[in-house]
Design a protein around this ligand. Structure first.
Ligand code: FNR
Length: 185
């Protein structure tokens, strides 16, 4: 029986995205009792208060529900110009609207993959103000940054380096425990 259901959200729309590939690999490395599904953001329109006033778009409703029903959220964030990408920030901004925003108290972890040498570390840091105000229960450690991602994946999208896979496995094991713990208020 799967006890812990994790929603993996990729912040990239690119078909061959390293961040999406990272989440798909994570899905194969989860500990026993955890299942990870990957959510893409192609159905999320640009935030517009007029659209919101007419009713949340279907893609936003679905994303909010997916977050609400998950035991934890694992976000794979690309890094754009030393910060988070607009596509992902836009999705989280939509999710934050309305009553009962589903990231409040939600166990959450971040991973990142980038072409650069810092592996998206600056993007992860850039998420701090947003995740703080939304009250997500962010697991800060262990950290996972995949640098030089263009060299890290096999043609089938799997992570090549066993030490990197082991690191990701370790993060997922820690996250299983994190999702299982009750939030202290
Ligand atoms: C980048 N990239 C990038 N990489 C990085 O390590 N630090 C950065 O500041 C930036 N800035 C940046 C800006 C913009 C507009 C783009 C399009 C790209 C490169 C980025 O890591 C690379 O495109 C990854 O492939 C993006 O992730 P996905 O799409 O592969 O998941």
């Amino acid at each position: 029986m799967t006890a812990i259901r994790v929603l993996g959200i990729s912040g990239s729309l690119r078909h061959e995205s390293f961040n999406t590939a990272l989440l798909r690999t994570a899905g194969t490395l989860v500990p026993e009792g955890m299942a990870l599904t990957v959510q893409l953001l192609h159905d999320i329109p640009l935030y517009n208060g007029d659209v919101e006033a007419a009713g949340l778009p279907a893609g936003v409703v679905a994303l909010r529900e997916a977050i609400r029903t998950a035991d934890g959220v694992l976000i794979a964030t690309p890094e754009y110009n030393n910060s988070m990408p607009g596509v992902l920030k836009n999705a989280i901004d939509w999710v934050s609207r309305g009553k009962d925003q589903p990231l409040a108290g939600k166990p959450l972890a971040l991973v990142s993959a980038s072409n650069g040498g810092f592996g998206g570390a600056r993007a992860q840091l850039a998420w701090m103000p947003t995740l703080t105000v939304l009250g997500a229960r962010w697991m800060h450690r262990p950290q996972f940054y995949l640098s030089n991602a263009q060299q890290a994946f096999a043609p089938d999208g799997s992570l090549v380096d066993e030490r990197t896979r082991e690191k990701l496995r370790g993060l997922l094991a820690s996250f299983a425990a994190w999702c299982g713990e009750k939030a202290s208020v």
